[in-house]
Design a protein around this ligand. Structure first.
Ligand SMILES: Nc1ncnc2c1ncn2[C@@H]1O[C@H](COP(=O)(O)OP(=O)(O)O)[C@@H](O)[C@H]1O
Ligand SMILES: [Mg+2]
Length: 251
């Protein structure tokens, strides 16, 4: 089957800086790929190319086997790419259901807001996808009371509900408590359970190993190697990362 996304020979130059050099990358259907690499390795630049925020200096981008020229942010969104940002803009004073449907409200046949439907949908998303088990949280709860992990969960579920096929998380665990991080990692697993794909960026190898089907290591703008998490132990992966940091290669 065709990959959801492919990068062929993608390079990106910012002035004097070669941020990416000949990146080959693919993301399969229903696959979570973890991107690992030091600060400055090029991870964010790579996803900014996928989200249409930056244009590559050279190279090709394919979605579902179709080459896409001049990818822009709206076009990437249209192609099913959604990014969950660290500081997701949620409206704190608004209810959970409002936040889920913010800007994409459901209306009834007369064009009025279908509040009942939106609350029902929110309830089923909460219990089925978000894993909110606390009875303290309901569709009318204000998101200002949610933890950082729960807030990101709302953003992920919103992306899934609006039919994102590729969900990108760039350092989503930064600043989260241990417990919230576990919750977030569960949300990421939920993306796979929903049959969607994700690119998960985190400098913490434990987080990446815990959720990714495959790990791609970026070093100084290049793909240094990749591993199926099933086929490599965490210890072994850590050894390889250390080797990479020291020598720039696995061997
Ligand atoms: N908009 C930009 N202008 C100039 N240089 C940039 C820009 N964005 C990133 N870079 C440079 O590209 C390299 C890769 O950065 P980045 O993709 O943010 O790495 P990572 O996310 O892996 O930490 C770094 O050297 C960074 O300074
Ligand atoms: Mg980054």
């Amino acid at each position: 089957m065709e990959n959801r996304l492919e990068l062929h020979n993608v390079s990106k130059v910012f002035g004097e800086v070669q941020a990416l050099e000949d990146i080959d990358f693919h993301l399969g259907r229903n696959e979570v790929v973890g991107l690992l690499g030091d600060n400055g390795a090029g991870k964010s630049t790579m996803i900014k190319i996928v989200t249409g925020y930056h244009q590559p200096t050279s190279g090709e981008i394919y979605f579902d086997g179709q080459k896409v020229e001049h990818l822009t942010v709206p076009l990437a969104r249209q192609l099913g790419v959604e990014t969950v940002y660290q500081e997701r803009a949620l409206a704190d004073l608004q209810s959970l259901w409002r936040n889920i449907f913010l800007g994409r409200e459901l209306t009834n046949q007369y064009g009025f807001l279908d509040v009942k439907k939106m609350k029902q949908e929110t309830h089923s998303l909460m219990t089925q996808s978000m894993g909110f088990t606390s009875s303290a949280v309901n569709p009318d709860s204000k998101v200002g009371t949610f933890s950082g992990g729960e807030r990101q969960g709302v953003a992920i579920v919103r992306a899934l509900y609006f039919d994102a096929d590729i969900i990108i998380l760039d350092e989503p665990t930064m600043g989260l408590s241990l417990k919230e991080t576990q919750k977030l990692l569960n949300f990421v697993r939920g993306i796979r359970d929903a049959g969607k794909s994700a690119i998960f960026i985190d400098h913490n190898i434990f987080h990446v190993y815990a959720v990714a089907d495959r790990v791609v290591v970026i070093d100084r703008g290049r793909v240094a190697g990749e591993f199926m998490t099933k086929e490599i132990s965490l210890d072994n992966l850590m050894e390889k990362m250390i080797r990479i940091a020291e020598t720039g290669s696995f061997d």
